[in-house]
Design a protein around this ligand. Sequence first.
Ligand SMILES: *Cc1c(COP(=O)(O)O)cnc(C)c1O
Length: 353
Amino acid sequence: MNVIDLRSDTITHPTDAMRQAMAEAEVGDDVYGEDPSINLLEQKAAQLLGKEAGLLTASGTMSNLVAALTYCHRGDEVIMGDQAHMFWNESAGVSALAGAQVRLVPNDDQGRIDPQDLAAAIRPRGNVHMPPTTMVCLENTHNRCSGAALTPQDTRRVADVAHEAGASVHMDGARIFNAAVGLEVPPSELVKDVDDVSFCLSKALSCPVGSVLCGTEEFIGEARRWRKMVGGGMRQAGVLAAAGLVGLDTMIERLADDHANARRLAQGLSRIEGINVDPESIQTNIVIFEIDPSIGTAPEVLQALAEAGVKVTPSRTQTLRMVTHRQISGDDVEDALARVSEVMEKLGATRSS
Ligand SMILES: *Cc1c(COP(=O)(O)O)cnc(C)c1O
């Protein structure tokens, strides 16, 4: 039985073209700024996102951390949505390493932050009792909000409030190109009101390693020192950048296929007894769906699916997550749906007998 791996788009392997480019990459010592492949990748990424400069890092987590280190002093406050990846899944780097206190405001089911909630949460300056709010974080697409994409307007409303109060706006754009393709908006348009953006090469773009942080020359200059401090000065990492360049050149437009597959997956899931999901809400490549408690808990269903060769990840207590990517075909989607249907039927029958 073939395994259909819907856990994440991070499982995608580098393509043959990437391996070829990696083998042939021109390299140099990047800590001296001498790796031509990295320099080109950073420049291309920045250009694509309408920013002045870019910085290759080891991961999305490192990019987000480096952004926090660059903006914050110890004792500052960072505001983000209560479903943010930076809050849930990055080992508390913002507080542990950047020394900032994290304040949460609600995310709605579209991954948005209400500008009024943000305005109420931002600290007044010049009060010795209070940490200054120096950084506000947005996420696009929003991982825990089922891959919802923020529109340029959603982002502008929040950025205006943050900037008005003197805080910088960081976009965790791990899947910013999914948002761009999903909304049919140029990526630069999605980030024009934020101060900096990070995105992942290692997810749907199919590269083996890497993330790029983009912002002003000044910001990236500072960020370069923080990246070095956290061990991210990677020397001849042009072999990784070479794959990144292939990713930027060839892997963005095809994301539309992943989105169509995710929509089909959600449509199929919505027809299965004991599963609840609104297919119309699926904008990109992440499908989070609810399991009816009468069938079992999410971990029970996850286990049964794994035994049937369908790998998924847990999301919340009663929800599971599937992510489509380059290594999932339309046939895999049909196959996965048939297996999910069978598993759910079996679990339902066991429960009611
Ligand atoms: C995956 C992800 C990250 C972290 O990226 P890594 O490369 O896995 O460290 C950050 N933010 C979001 C929204 C993500 O989905």
